[in-house]
Design a protein around this ligand. Sequence first.
Ligand code: CA2
Length: 151
Amino acid sequence: MATIQLIHGPNLNLLGSREPVIYGHTGLAEIEQRCSTAATARGFKLQSMQSNAEHELIEAVQQTAATDVGFIVINPAAFTHTSVALRDALAAVGLPFIEVHLSNVFAREPFRAESYFSDLAVGVISGLGHQGYEYAVEWAAQYLVAAERDN
Ligand code: CA2
């Protein structure tokens, strides 16, 4: 069974401790635990990483090519709006991915409505808080079940 890779971009290590009105009260560890439970319930493993450094996120994406990762769930955070390099890494690896945002990026400053990832993503979830990650992992698991069945 494949692995689902969760990738969190810069400043998301602060979740649960700052700006709860925008980003909620749930910390990264709890989000990862919930996603892991959702993946395991469907027979998949979940790996998770967070970095504040663009090159580490790029390396994490590149490394999936040498593993059994079959799907990526990524919140690129501020790199959503700036990083051609992270976009290129996802395009190069070619794995299906869902772009997740805790907040509704379309209801905030105009620059947050621009993403370097959305056109490559299988789908985008924005504004559903921490549950957005769980929905994405659920969807990824169903996608992988169907892909394994059809192969
Ligand atoms: O809504 C999201 O998930 C974002 O990806 C979060 C990014 C922001 O730049 C995007 O436009 C939308 C910012 C992440 C910062 O995370 C923090 C968490 C807690 C406290 C402070 C920042």
